[in-house]
Ligand binder design. Sequence first.
Ligand code: SAH
Length: 236
Amino acid sequence: MEGYPRCCFSRRYRPNMNGNCEDSQDRYAALRERMVEAQLEARGIRDRRVLEAMRRVPRERFVPSNARRQAYADRPLPIGGGQTISQPYMVAAMLEALDCAAEHRALEIGAGSGYQAALLGELCTEVRAVEIVEDLAHRAREILMDLDYENVHIEVGDGTQGLPEYAPYDRIIVAAAAPEVPEPLIEQLADGGRVVIPVGGRLSQRLTIIDREDDELKRSEQMPCMFVPLVGKHGW
Ligand code: SAH
């Protein structure tokens, strides 16, 4: 954030004398609106709550400062450590598949930049997000704190083991590609709960939905996708 006026990066934004910050805020708001219309609505994202959340969360805050101008581009972007923040459409498609309600408690595996965790914070009552790369987790935590997402908590650890201390979860979303659905995630899923996870090989996967009803599991496979690998005990 160094070299930028503080007001450009805070929700507690106040216009300054020359109005520069207001300009850049307006510019990002316009890019965000265009992203929602051209990348999400035009491609069939219909969930009103997901679209509203995508209109609210400032994606430019979650990308590294040297990539900020591309924050609303139609593709994933590097966030450091060989990891990426997913393409906006993929984030929206996953959240639509997750079908969150306001009273849900959600678990995200692979918090990365914290962007999807913030969106979950808009959609659910409480969010726990696990990230295995410590630096990314710390950065995500700082941004979420700065944006006042008090219902989103970032933990450092191996998310393939879930986060048993706060289980069960109504919704679990995995933002990295798994060879199979990690068993601990199923164990930590509430009755009536849902997991959304990319499952398949290292290079391509299918977005997979697991629903738990009365201790029965229903599995369906959706669109093809490409995520970075889920590492760890029950990952690659
Ligand atoms: N949801 C993120 C994008 C995640 S990219 C965002 O909105 O920016 C996938 C992330 O999963 C990477 O940051 C990677 O470090 C993390 N990851 C991979 N294996 C993991 C594991 N076992 N536990 C937790 N995080 C993991």
